[in-house]
Design a protein around this ligand. Structure first.
Ligand SMILES: C[S@@+](CC[C@H](N)C(=O)[O-])C[C@H]1O[C@@H](n2cnc3c(N)ncnc32)[C@H](O)[C@@H]1O
Length: 258
């Protein structure tokens, strides 16, 4: 008998109904990954959705732990829900995002004095060496084909012993849902259509196997202390035991002097 090589139909993958795989050629007139185009709508969805408000965000907040007095860079902060939660817990937070539209929503939430800047995490970061105790990168690394330069910069702006806390789409989700299924061990891109108010916006992501992620962290000089698969928060409005995200805590090495 041949060994089973496939997975059961019931994979535990749940996608929101406003996200569908792009199966037709994309309309060249609609920019890809244009968060500015749906900043308000995405922010509203993210505020209370099962995946964001009851799985990913509580997991990031729990991994951050006691952040009182810590200087934190929220890289890819979007409309600032995690920035707000960390600030409420006493952290001093700087937010960066590639989308001015998302930052406008964040500024409305966080106030005029909030330190928010437009920046692309693929570029050198506009901060001094060792400026932060923590970098949080919530659901942003999976937009990048190459994590190397970004992780190197995140390590540079962390003080020795500082932490990078990151979440990404779980690599199994796309692997299980794409048809035809991609080769798991390869890093592959895929495009989803996010639909708000009857208009579809294409977003292209990069799915990489677990070993490629851990190799990227250690290759940038980090020491991984946590790899987790967040559970649904107990106060969630509906049960969900499936696969959604993966979180990492990666520590920058302490200085040679300790
Ligand atoms: C899924 S949203 C998550 C936002 C926020 N971290 C949260 O959890 O609510 C992804 C965010 O990453 C930002 N982003 C995507 N690519 C980026 C890049 N290269 N540099 C900076 N931000 C980026 C998008 O503009 C968007 O705000």
């Amino acid at each position: 008998m041949e060994p089973a090589t496939d997975v059961p139909e019931s994979s535990g993958v749940q996608r929101p109904d406003w996200i569908t795989p792009a199966t037709e050629p994309l309309d060249p007139a609609i920019p890809v990954n244009d968060y500015d185009g749906f900043a308000e709508e995405y922010s509203a969805e993210n505020e209370s959705s099962l995946l964001n408000a009851y799985i990913e965000r509580p997991a990031m907040i729990a991994l951050a732990g006691d952040v009182a007095g810590r200087r934190i860079l929220d890289a890819g902060c979007g409309s600032g829900p995690l920035t707000a939660a960390l600030r409420e817990r006493g952290a001093v937070v700087t937010g960066i995002d590639i989308s001015a539209g998302m930052l406008a929503v964040a500024r409305r939430r966080l106030g005029e004095d909030a330190d928010l800047r437009v920046a692309d995490v693929r570029d050198p970061l506009p901060f001094a060496d060792g400026e932060f105790d923590d970098v949080v990168a919530s659901l942003v690394l999976h937009y990048l084909e190459d994590w190397g330069p970004t992780l190197a910069e995140m390590r540079r702006v962390l003080r020795p012993g500082g932490r990078l806390i990151a979440s990404v789409n779980h690599p199994f989700v796309e692997w299980l849902s794409e048809d035809p299924r991609p080769v798991y061990r390869e890093t592959t891109s895929y495009t989803d259509l996010w639909t708000f108010n009857g208009k579809s916006f294409p977003l292209t992501f990069w799915r990489r196997p677990l070993h490629a992620m851990t190799d990227a962290f250690t290759g940038a000089g980090f020491r991984l202390t946590v790899i987790s698969e967040p559970q649904t928060a107990p106060d969630a409005p509906e049960p969900f035991a499936g696969i959604s995200f993966m979180c990492f805590v990666a520590e920058a090495p302490p200085s040679p002097a300790g």
